[in-house]
Design a protein. Structure first.
Lengths: 526, 397
């Protein structure tokens, strides 16, 4: 006499669990094959389960109203009774309390000597219909025993039981091998114990969560192995590129291990701090004096800059003048340009308007766009060269030092072309790629000290030229308009002129013209 | 003027009977010989074909229908017991399948969908082998060349294209046979499909090609009224049989629960095809009494009253009534039929438990007709790979 257990099958395609709604048999009942045992409800429908065994019900393993996982044993039927008895007293007639709505009542089957293998259903009763199952690969002998101690879920325990029975019959240690193979396919998720109380007299072993956990770790390990690229969203990547930061150096705090913008910002802050080393700048007073002074040879751009400034400052008598300007309309104009379709993708700044203003004003005051040439005729006679073209220089701080590349024939450029030229010039200078030719032949220079937040200053003229404009920062200040103090966007223009060429009235007119454009850019339309 | 649309040679009477267009909502002509009450009616064309069915053949019809229904119940139970991953029940469609399959001859080639268990039975396919695919141990299950019964096609309607291609092959064989004065019997092809598949583009393409080439193919559509949860009214605004007119070949709606009419119409259609007069569309008007598959629950989308109405038209009941009232079968016959059914169920149950996963080497062996170095290399790799596992015990799990 053998007791057989019926494991909950997957009655749909890929169902993982079902609720036992009602039992149609009780312990002691004699059942024939295909007699209805119970009604179960799955995610798809209410279904009757016909008995796969003929025999006497010994135990109902799941109470009504309980949801159990596919593969859980739900009923035990003892076979091996006198076959005749089982056939003579079937309980079938009273069984169909619920009509088999689809196929009518399943006829009882007289098949008593069922010659199936004892291993239980082979199809549709796996622990997880969708789980990827892998058979265990061969491994060193020692590890098999270790793996064999890892049991997992309901199905595992039931199969253990059956495997033990088989093993006893066959007198071979097959049970361990079966279990070992199962250990490799432990499902990641487990049904909460509360859902299988009655169904599971066998305790779930403590190793189960461990097995699940180690599998989880293995998965994440695999993932990180597969993805050796640092995770980051495209804008963050661009931000990092702009800052010159290698994403791999940044500590990632994102939900999926990705580098966030905040991570970049904090990394940048830290890097700046290190670069500044402001705290350690001051040499300790105990140190020998020569160690407290850093010696830097003057060469390259530094040397050239120094020479140019000395030549300029001590050959050209500078005169500097300043004017405060209400640049509110320039700011509005810039704002409009930024949103206009024509300037889409082009960086527009107040510097563009100033550049245009300088070109416009220079045409009205030609002497500022000139050169003073000593000893032009070789007999000590000097000349003033007035240039009927504007090679507009823009002073730029670059990685290599101060550079003044110029935009050739800027007078011929439209506003848009000028904007593009300014962008290109700035990009090249910042990247340190300004070519010597681009710095030669300038006729007038603008220095945008406002970009550094400075109001104004006394710039030194670029050698070979006679005027330079310093463009101060633009910020809201109280401004008197029609007798009232109102906030306006104010900037200060500073200019230095070579007094050998440009007299005070001329420089003043030139500055006033530039200022008038900043105050009213519409005048450019003249 | 329906007849002018038909290929030359089609009988005038047939054209009048079958090809007349029915406007939507209009009652449709349906060939029926054996009514739900078990009385035999008549039809101007098909009564002659029905007369060819002798009492012994009728008893075979009934036996096969009862056997396949019993088999269907057993397979359903096996699925509910976890022994099959899925089952596709046929209950309600026995007459359409048994009647049409008996009209075929052994040289005819049959392309089923995946519900044609009745046709498989008639074509002598081992029903236990048929369950292999549903148990997940085989992608096919039987050798289609043995019984000229193709493997089940799970891709909806794809087999209609295969059928037309096969039929075009038969045409070429027949040309060759004619040139050599061969006495081989002429063959045709039957493509089984459903009302749901009729909406697939594949069916349209097959019918276009079949008409263009005058291929010897019978399109046998079992209109079981439900494409899973979609009713036929959604699939088509005209009777499916009427679609044949648009392709230029005859279309006939037959009562799919009337084995006698189904047999008669199919026999006519196969003769039509074998004689080189081109394709025919048969719409067997029937009903899927059960679920689409064991994973389906029809109570979610249709009324039980509809099912009850169709049970009144049950194909077995009406043939049983006829056999009894005509004195063609006695109680002993019906007892024997039931015993046979149970025997079949028992056989299927015991063999299903023993179905083994076939040796995958067999799959390598059937890639090419002859030895192939690449296949040999791949087999060698596979054998080395398989040897790396701990044991084969889990293979079936």
């Amino acid at each position: 006499m053998t007791v057989k257990k019926f494991n909950l099958p997957d009655v749909g395609e890929g169902l993982t669990e079902a609720e036992v709604v009602a039992w149609k048999v009780k312990p002691g009942d004699v059942v024939a094959i295909n007699d209805v045992l119970c009604e179960i409800e799955t995610a798809k429908s209410l279904v009757e389960l016909p008995s796969p065994f003929a025999g006497t019900v010994t135990e109902l393993l799941v109470e009504e109203g309980i949801t159990v996982e596919v593969g859980t044993a739900i009923i035990a039927v003892s076979e091996g009774q006198d076959d005749g008895a089982a056939q003579v007293t079937p309980v079938a007639p009273e069984a169909p309390a619920v009509e088999m709505p689809l196929y009518g009542k399943l006829p009882a089957d007289d098949d008593g000597d069922d010659n199936r293998p004892a291993g239980g259903p082979l199809v549709g009763s796996g622990p997880k219909a969708d789980a990827v199952k892998r058979r265990a690969r061969k491994r060193p002998a020692g590890s098999v025993v270790e793996a064999a101690t890892i049991a997992e879920n309901a199905e595992g325990t039931v199969q253990d039981h059956q495997a033990v029975l088989e093993a006893k019959a066959a007198e071979t240690p097959a049970a361990h091998r079966t279990t070992a193979a199962h250990a490799g396919v432990a499902p990641v998720t487990q049904t909460p114990p509360s859902q299988v109380p009655v169904a599971q007299p066998q305790p779930v072993t403590a190793e189960a969560p461990l097995a699940a956990a180690s599998r989880g770790a293995a998965i994440s390990g695999t993932i990180s192995g597969l993805v050796n690229k640092v995770l980051a969203k495209p804008p963050v990547r661009k931000f990092a590129r702009d800052l010159g930061i290698d994403l791999a150096d940044v500590v990632a705090t994102g939900q999926r291990g990705e580098v966030t913008r905040e991570d970049l910002v904090s990394y940048q802050a830290q890097r700046d701090a290190e670069l500044d080393q402001a705290d350690s700048f001051w040499g300790a007073s105990k140190k020998p004096q020569d160690q407290r002074v850093e010696r830097m040879p003057v060469k390259g751009v530094r040397k050239a800059t120094a020479k140019a400034m000395v030549d300029s400052a001590f050959s050209a008598p500078h005169v500097s003048i300043f004017v405060d300007v209400d640049a509110s309309r320039t700011m509005e104009f810039v704002k409009r340009l930024k949103v206009s379709r024509d300037f889409e993708g082009i960086k527009v700044s107040p510097l563009l308007i100033l550049a245009k203003a300088v070109i416009w004003a220079a045409a009205r005051n030609p002497s500022v766009n000139a050169s003073w040439v000593d000893n032009a005729d070789g007999k000590g006679g000097a000349e003033i060269l007035v240039k009927h073209y504007m090679n507009l220089g823009i002073a730029a701080a670059t990685p290599r030092g101060l550079m003044v590349p110029n935009i050739k024939d800027a007078q011929d450029l439209s506003l848009k072309e000028l904007a593009l030229a300014l962008n290109e010039l700035a990009t090249k200078a910042r990247a340190g790629k300004t070519q010597p030719a681009e710095m030669q032949g300038g006729s007038l220079t603008v220095t945008n000290i406002g970009a550094l937040g400075i109001d104004t200053g006394t710039p030194i003229i670029n050698p070979g030229e006679v005027a330079i404009i310093a463009f101060g920062t633009i910020k809201q200040k109280p401004w008197v308009l029609d007798g009232e103090v109102i906030p306006r966007w104010i900037t200060t223009l500073g200019g230095s002129f070579d007094h050998r060429v440009v007299d005070g009235d001329l420089s003043a007119r030139f500055m006033a013209d530039v200022a008038s454009i900043l105050e009213e850019p519409a005048l450019l339309l003249d | 003027m329906g007849s002018t649309q038909l290929p030359p040679g089609t009988e005038e009477t047939l054209a009048a009977t079958t090809a007349a267009a029915a406007a939507p909502g209009e009652p449709v002509e349906m060939v029926q010989l054996l009514g739900p009450d078990g009385t035999l009616g008549s039809d101007p064309v098909f009564s002659d074909y029905a007369k060819r069915i002798d009492p012994e053949k009728l008893r075979v019809f009934y036996t096969d229908m009862a056997r396949i229904r019993r088999f269907d119940q057993e397979a359903t139970a096996l699925q509910r017991q976890g022994e099959l991953a899925l089952w596709v029940p046929l209950t309600g469609q026995e007459a359409a399948q048994i009647g049409s399959a008996h009209a075929s001859q052994s040289q005819d080639y049959i392309f089923p969908t995946y519900r044609e268990h009745g046709v498989a039975l008639v074509r002598n396919v081992d029903l236990a082998e048929l369950l292999k695919q549903f148990r997940g141990v085989s992608n096919g299950g039987w050798d289609p060349r043995e019984n000229n019964f193709h493997l089940y096609t799970l891709v909806l309607a794809a087999q209609t294209l295969h059928a037309v291609g096969y039929a075009m092959g038969i045409q070429r064989d027949q040309k060759l046979a004619a040139a050599t004065d061969s006495t081989e019997p002429k063959a045709a092809v039957i493509a089984y499909f459903g009302d749901g598949a009729s909406s697939e583009g594949d069916v349209h393409e097959s019918m276009v090609f079949a008409a263009s080439y005058n291929a010897p193919v019978v399109f046998f559509c079992q209109n079981n009224h439900w494409a899973i949860s979609v009713p036929t009214e959604v699939q088509t605004k005209v009777p499916l049989a009427n679609r044949a007119k648009g392709y230029g070949f005859p279309g006939i709606r037959v009562d799919g629960n009337d084995a006698i009419a189904v047999h008669a119409v199919t026999e006519w259609a196969l003769e039509h095809a074998r004689e080189g007069r081109g394709p025919v569309l048969i719409e067997a008007y029937t009903y899927r009494v059960g679920a689409h598959t064991t994973a389906d629950d029809p109570t979610k989308y249709r009324e039980s009253a509809e099912e009850a109405a169709w049970r009144e038209k049950d194909p077995l009941d009406r043939l049983e009534k006829y056999l009894r009232t005509e004195g063609l079968a006695d109680e002993a016959f019906f007892d024997q039929v039931k015993a046979d059914g149970d025997e079949l169920a028992k056989y299927v149950r015991s063999t299903t438990h023993g179905l083994e996963v076939p040796d995958i080497r067999a799959a390598f062996a059937s890639v090419y007709a002859e030895q192939h170095p690449l296949i040999a290399e791949e087999l060698a790799w596979f054998e080395e790979y398989s040897a790396g596992f701990e044991s084969d015990q889990e293979a079936a799990n």
